[in-house]
Design a protein around this ligand. Structure first.
Ligand code: HEM
Length: 136
């Protein structure tokens, strides 16, 4: 049954189910496997889950705990494209809508869209791309 309860328990379920699907995706999965490995039970993945649990708890409830800088992380994981972001968003949309009531799922999704858009702007991807060559 779909829930409107947003707490650590429902977020833990969401995060684990989302990454289990994401890692199998041939477009997005390799970015995670490269950094965290392909064994979703290893220490790096467990740490990642814990980080994302506290990240989504902060985003959705304001509960303090997450203290990282997600933008910096994504600047150094390889060449992200609009297609990679679109796939990430599509899988996230499916996950939150399968688990939460529509109003709550939309709240999760609209937050992820805003953040993805900010990442793309910062990384100069897609509509934010510039022609300038920054290498000199
Ligand atoms: C293009 C799609 C994306 C890819 C391929 C991607 C990939 C990754 C990878 C590989 C890590 C682990 C980095 C590490 O531990 O060193 C990571 C961390 C993270 N990602 Fe993403 N990501 C994507 C989009 C997003 C979006 C849209 C959000 C937010 C809605 C997000 C939120 C985070 C957060 C909060 C972390 C943890 C950062 C920290 O360590 O503090 N990611 N991502």
């Amino acid at each position: 049954m779909k829930t409107s309860e947003v707490d650590l328990e429902s977020i833990e379920i969401m995060v684990r189910a989302f990454y289990a699907t994401l890692v199998k995706d041939d477009l997005v999965g390799p970015f995670f496997i490269k950094v965290l490995g392909d064994d979703l039970g290893n220490g790096k993945w467990r740490e990642h889950y814990g980080t994302l649990d506290s990240f989504w708890l902060l985003m959705m409830t304001g509960e303090k705990g997450y203290m990282g800088d997600p933008y910096m992380v994504h600047a150094f994981i390889g060449t992200l494209t609009v297609e990679v972001f679109d796939r990430w968003l599509e899988i996230f949309h499916k996950q939150v809508h399968s688990q939460f009531t529509p109003e709550i799922a939309d709240k999760f999704y609209s937050k992820s869209q805003t953040i993805a858009s900010r990442f793309m702007e910062g990384l100069e991807i897609g509509e934010f791309a510039t022609d300038e060559d920054d290498d000199y």
